[in-house]
Design a binder for this molecule. Sequence first.
Ligand SMILES: [Zn+2]
Length: 246
Amino acid sequence: MSHSHALYNQDESIGNVLCELARAHRILELEGHGDMSMGHLSYRDPHGRGLWLKQGNLGLEEVEAHHFILIGFDGDVLEGQGLRHLEWPLHAEIMRARPDVAVVGHTHAFHATVFGATDGEIGPYVNHAVWFADHGVPRFSETSHIVTTPELGTAVAATLGPAEAVLLANHGIAFVGKDVRDATLAGIFLEWAAKAQLALGASGLAHTPPDAAETVDKHRRIYPQRARDNYWMYFNRKLDAHEARR
Ligand SMILES: [Zn+2]
């Protein structure tokens, strides 16, 4: 995985994370999250100033490490140039509510968005859905509007609760993690779980979810740190191969 040199010379480590975060956007494009210039991820500033959010007017596949702006939790632009996405409060309020979260993502991933428009609940029918075994995937259905105010951001964060992701009914999804790797895997696995469950429903065949306690145990077994690192490296190799072909 390549890291660019210090883009933000006050702290090289921020530049390195933003390089990884830019790659996460491009990986998510490959995994079905793209929707023109919509969708964005953010990284909690390690100095407590706010969050680094992708600039507007860029597709996920176009994001590079210099395409981030630092905004305060009230939305003030503190560093960087370019358009601030309207949905910045979604990121800011989730980060305020969840000190354990360093990375927030919001996309309009196709299958997850379609699934979010139903009344269905994501169940542990396939391994990818097991990522969400502990808390499920709640649905925010107070509005189908985009999340452009602190009030709506707070409401989305409340619906998310301790979970790894939330369905935004008739809009998209949000997903979180303690680092770039975990948040990206949450986004990818939610899209794949929703795709599988839509296929399961469309099959018309009877299906029964596996035992809940078994699923929680399975989560521990199939997603230890070592496996997460492996999958993250896999997606980075896949991105490198894709970009080398272009
Ligand atoms: Zn949106």
